[in-house]
Design a protein around this ligand. Structure first.
Ligand code: SF4
Ligand code: SF4
Length: 437
C-alpha cells in the first residue's frame, strides 16, 4: 500500500513503525473472511482491511480520532485472526495498538463510555477491588434486565451477567514465596498470579503449581507482581500498561538475578501474548528495553513449557474433551498443537469445533463494552462446541472460560486442570458430577 507520510511525521518512531506495517498491506482482502466482526456485521469498515484504511487516513493526515474511526476500532476484538490469515505478514496487532493509543490521546468519548472504561481500568487489574466488585455484582444481578434496556447502561448489565454466582475462596498459594518440587528437581520457574484469574478461578494456578512441582519443577511466586497490563493496553491506556510491564519486569529480573529462572509461566493466554510483547512495548525505553526483551523470551504458556518436559503417555479415559483454542493462544502466540497433544497423551479424546479460528467474543473487556457483538459470537461458538458433543470443554484462557460458561451447561476447564488430574492430581471439582466409572 502506498503511503504519504512526511519526513517530519516519520521522525515519530510510532508513526514510522505504523508506516512500515501499512506498506505491507496489498489490499487483497483475504483477512476479511476470518475476521469475526466482518463475518458478523458484513461491513467493510468492520474488517481488518477497512480498519487499516481508517487508521492510515487518520495517521497520515495527523488527525484526531473521530467518532467513525472510534466506532470501528472499538469493535475490533484484537483477536488477531487477521494476522494468521494475512499472506503479506501485516502486523495488525501493533498497528491497532498504535491506533488505540492515538484514540485515547485525541478523542473525547461520551460521558457514560468514559465512565465505564474508567471503572474497568480502575477495578479489573486489582484483585482486591475486583473481588469486592464481584460481591456487589451478586447483589445487583436482578437489575441486569432493566439496565440492558438503556444502551448507555448495557455494559453494566453485561458485567452483572458475567459475574459468577459463587466467588471461590482464595488459593492456599496466594502468598509470595517458593513451592519446592516433590520429585527430583529439574527446573525453576516463576508463575504469573494474574489479576482477574486468581479471583474468578484460583483452581487453575493451583493445578499448574501441583503439576509442575510433581514433575520436579520449583515454582516461584514473586513478591510485588501486578496485572500484566493487557486489559488497559487494549483500551489504549499505554502509560498504565507500560507501568505494569515495568513493575513486573523489575520483579522477575530480581528473581532471575537471585536464583535463575528457566521460564515465566503464564496460564492465561491473553496475558501471555502481552508479556511476550513487553520487549516490543518497551523497545524505546533505554532503561528497560534489554530487560523487557529477556523477560519476553522467558515467557511461556504453561502448555508450551509442559511440552518440553516429555510427559509419559497415559491410558485412554472415556472422556471427550473439545478444545477451544483462545485467539491469544492460536493467533497471538501461534500455539496450536501443544495443548491438544498434551491432552491426547494424557488419555483424553480430543475434539475440534468447527470455525475454531473465530473468537468466542470474550476479548478482555470486549464482552462488557461490545456486548451485542460479543453475544452473537458466543452463541456461534457455543453452537459449534456443542455440536461436537463434549463431556468437557478445555481452553487456556480465563476470559474464554468465563464467556463460554455463560452459554453452556457443559463444564469448562483450563487445559492444565485436566493434565493435573491425569498426572496424579485430584478429580477437578467441576467434573465431580460426571459418571466417570
Ligand atoms: S483483530 Fe480480529 S476483529 Fe480485529 S480486525 Fe483482526 S480479525 Fe478482525
Ligand atoms: S490479508 Fe493482509 S495484505 Fe491482504 S488486505 Fe488483509 S491485511 Fe492487507
Amino acid at each position: 500500500m502506498q503511503t504519504n507520510f512526511t519526513p517530519a511525521q516519520l521522525e515519530d518512531p510510532h508513526v514510522a513503525e505504523s508506516e512500515k506495517i501499512l506498506r505491507k498491506c496489498v489490499h487483497c482482502g483475504f483477512c476479511t473472511a476470518t475476521c469475526p466482526t466482518y463475518v458478523t456485521l458484513g461491513n467493510e469498515l468492520d474488517s481488518p482491511r477497512g480498519r487499516i484504511y481508517l487508521i492510515k487516513d487518520m495517521l497520515e493526515n495527523d488527525r484526531p480520532a473521530d467518532a467513525e474511526v472510534v466506532t470501528h476500532i472499538d469493535r475490533c476484538l484484537s483477536c488477531l485472526a487477521c494476522t494468521t490469515t494475512c499472506p503479506s505478514g501485516v502486523d495488525y496487532m501493533h498497528l491497532v495498538d498504535h491506533a488505540r493509543a492515538h484514540i485515547e490521546k485525541t478523542y473525547q468519548r461520551p460521558f457514560m463510555n468514559r465512565l465505564t472504561r474508567g471503572i474497568l481500568a480502575a477495578v479489573l487489574p486489582y484483585p482486591g477491588r475486583f473481588r469486592l466488585a464481584l460481591r456487589l455484582a451478586r447483589i445487583g444481578r436482578p437489575l441486569a434486565g432493566l439496565l440492558r434496556r438503556n444502551p448507555a447502561l448495557k455494559p453494566f448489565a453485561a458485567m452483572l451477567t458475567l459475574a459468577p454466582r459463587r466467588i471461590p475462596a482464595r488459593s492456599a498459594y496466594a502468598v509470595s514465596g517458593s513451592v519446592q518440587p516433590v520429585a527430583e528437581k529439574r527446573g525453576r520457574v516463576a508463575i504469573l498470579s494474574g489479576c482477574a484469574q486468581p479471583v474468578l478461578d484460583p483452581a487453575i494456578n493451583d493445578a499448574a503449581i501441583r503439576l509442575l512441582t510433581r514433575l520436579g519443577v520449583e515454582v516461584v511466586l514473586p513478591r510485588g507482581e501486578v496485572c500484566c497490563g493487557s486489559l488497559v493496553h487494549h483500551m489504549g491506556r499505554e502509560e498504565q500498561a507500560l507501568a505494569s510491564a515495568r513493575a513486573n519486569i523489575d520483579v522477575w529480573t530480581r528473581e532471575i538475578e537471585a536464583g535463575g529462572l528457566d521460564a515465566i509461566i503464564i496460564t492465561a493466554s491473553g496475558c501471555g501474548t502481552t508479556i511476550k510483547d513487553y520487549g516490543h512495548m518497551l523497545r524505546l525505553d533505554k532503561a528497560y528495553a534489554e530487560k523487557a526483551a529477556h523477560v519476553s523470551a522467558l515467557a511461556k504458556d504453561i502448555t508450551e513449557y509442559l511440552a518440553t518436559l516429555d510427559l509419559p503417555k497415559q491410558m485412554p479415559r472415556a472422556l471427550a474433551v473439545t478444545y477451544h483454542s483462545a485467539c491469544s493462544m492460536q493467533h497471538g502466540q501461534k500455539i496450536t498443537m501443544a495443548p491438544k497433544l498434551l491432552l491426547k497423551a494424557a488419555g483424553f479424546t480430543v475434539r475440534d469445533p468447527a470455525e475454531g479460528h473465530l473468537c468466542c467474543g470474550s476479548a478482555g473487556t470486549y464482552n462488557i463494552l461490545q456486548s451485542d457483538i460479543s453475544d452473537a459470537l458466543k452463541a456461534r461458538k457455543v453452537k459449534n462446541i456443542e455440536a461436537t458433543r463434549p463431556d468437557v470443554i478445555a481452553t487456556g484462557n480465563i476470559g474464554c472460560m468465563t464467556q463460554i460458561a455463560t452459554g453452556t451447561a457443559t463444564p469448562i476447564l483450563h487445559t492444565v486442570q485436566l493434565l493435573d488430574w491425569a498426572y496424579g492430581g485430584d478429580l477437578p471439582e467441576k467434573l465431580r458430577h460426571l459418571p466417570l466409572g
